[in-house]
Design a protein around this ligand. Structure first.
Ligand code: G3I
Length: 450
């Protein structure tokens, strides 16, 4: 599949230009789009991943997930409460879907997560278990889930979030029932179930050198000394704007020096809403800092963002009033952070400035039809009227439009502003939508703004 994809580089690059929505009005020629992030990362031998929601992997969300990333982490689909909500009754649908999508697109999968204190099913957390029963439940769960995907997953977050902020062990179902050795037992069971998967311990607030990361460091050191299978540490990196730890690279390096891999597993950088352009620029600088720290350390295998679009981020639900934490906005337009990741991976694109751009996206799609939208946004420029044109490459036909007058002749589509939305001020945007038919495939066209 990877070679197929490489074989259509021009087509996918053109698609990339459309998806990035970056056609400049101010300049006569559109700025060349960089290669997708996954190609930049691969050239450096690194992983660039994203957490995903399985049910969303169609339309524009699916196209960006496939085009830009070479690794996927199921955001929730592989957690215990998702896969075994009732004891002995399994639901693998979303997890299977994500693994199949990744395989179809030449992406690796990071399994997340096997042994955690959160998102466990009620039957497990409400039960009364002897230590022997609890150990059996844990090792059976690992054998079942890791075994199901044996040979197909690159990595497992075997144990998630075992520490408190002060470096003591978190009091959980597992620690309280089995003692600290549950960690070694879980890793050993995972190795037995899939000898080819890299096995990680993953935690948050362990990005810089501090009490918690030092506890993790000491644990990994002692596991290595005991011969317990441990291949890597995951630094989640749920960061707050302005708070990238200054010791990030030093901390990555000290873990690497223990002889394990390191991955940034859940990167996002949250901002108090609404985020202004200065904050988005600062966020970009900080994304670049984090990715660059990983690029600088040979044993840092890569970076995964915890959702690539603000429309699929956990932040606004958990931290009301905060958000804008990911590299794409809610309309799938790349933010400065996207370009900063590209730069850290060796790309050269700088974000377009002083221009208006059109972003085409498929909002929803069913067997014979779809709803699309085009968003025209200006930053450093403005419009008093507009016309968006594109050519459909696969026989799509528009049947209805709103907030624009659209005509179609053969493949050529032309949409002009309605009487009430021709003006797009500097810093503003307008959106129009349409319904259309499709069959076979529904590729995203290149939109020209004129
Ligand atoms: O699926 C139900 C849905 O049916 C229901 O209508 C809705 C109502 O609230 O809830 C939905 O479940 C939510 C689930 O995400 C799926 O969207 C849960 O309430 C919500 O608590 C859950 O949040 C997840 C969170 O882990 C739970 O701790 C986030 O999506 C997920 O991104 C987040 O991921 C964790 C990592 O696994 C570990 N590191 C921290 C990270 C952020 O918390």
């Amino acid at each position: 599949m990877r070679s197929l994809r490489t074989g259509s580089t021009l087509a996918s690059l053109l698609t990339g230009v459309a998806m990035l929505g970056g056609l400049l009005l101010a300049a006569p020629v559109a700025q060349a789009a960089d290669a997708p992030l996954r190609d930049l990362a691969a050239a450096k031998g690194k992983v660039i991943g994203t957490a995903v929601t399985g049910s969303k992997l169609t339309g524009t969300y699916g196209e960006i997930a496939a085009r830009e990333f070479n690794a996927l982490t199921p955001g929730n689909a592989m957690k215990w409460e998702s896969v075994e909500p009732a004891r002995g009754s399994f639901n693998w649908a979303e997890a299977d879907r994500i693994v199949a999508f990744a395989e179809a697109n030449g992406q690796e999968v990071r399994g997340h997560t096997l042994v955690w204190h959160s998102q466990n099913p009620g039957w497990l957390t409400n039960g009364t278990w002897t230590a022997a029963q609890l150990r059996q439940l844990m090792t059976d769960h690992i054998a079942t889930e890791v075994g199901r995907y044996k040979g197909r997953l690159a990595t497992w977050d075997v144990v998630n979030e075992p520490f408190n902020e002060d470096g003591t062990y978190r009091q959980t179902l597992w620690y309280n029932g089995l003692g600290a050795d549950y960690i070694a037992q879980a890793l050993t069971a995972a190795r037995a179930a899939d000898p080819s998967a890299k096995l990680y311990i993953n935690d948050y607030n362990v990005e810089g050198v501090n009490a918690k990361s030092t506890a993790l460091y000491n644990l990994v050191k002692s596991l290595k000394e005991r011969g317990v299978p441990i291949d890597g540490v995951g630094l989640q990196a749920h960061l707050i704007l302005g708070q990238v730890p200054s010791t990030l690279q030093q901390n990555i390096q000290r873990f690497a020096d223990l002889g394990v891999d390191v991955a940034i597993t859940e990167l996002d950088i949250r901002i108090n809403l609404p985020a202004d352009s200065a904050e988005l620029a600062q966020q970009a600088t900080e994304y670049k800092q984090v990715v660059s720290a990983c690029v600088a350390v040979a044993r840092c295998v890569g970076v995964t963002v915890w959702g690539f679009t603000d429309s699929d981020s956990w932040i606004p639900d958990t931290f009301p009033g905060q958000g804008a934490a990911t590299p794409y906005d809610e309309n799938f337009a790349p933010k400065p952070a996207y370009h900063a990741i590209a730069e850290a991976l060796g790309g050269t694109t700088t974000p377009p400035t002083g221009a208006c751009k059109a972003t085409y996206s498929v909002v929803s799609q069913w067997n014979s039809g779809f709803t699309g939208q085009v968003r025209i946004a200006c930053d450093g420029a403005s419009l008093s009227s507009w016309k968006a044109t594109w050519a459909y490459g696969a026989g799509q036909r528009i049947s209805q439009s709103w907030n624009a007058t659209c005509t179609q002749s053969g493949a050529a589509v032309s949409c002009s502003n309605a009487s009430y939305n021709g003006t797009v001020p500097n810093g503003g945007s307008v959106t129009f939508g349409f319904n259309a038919s499709w069959s076979g495939s529904n590729p995203v066209p290149v939109v020209t703004l004129g």
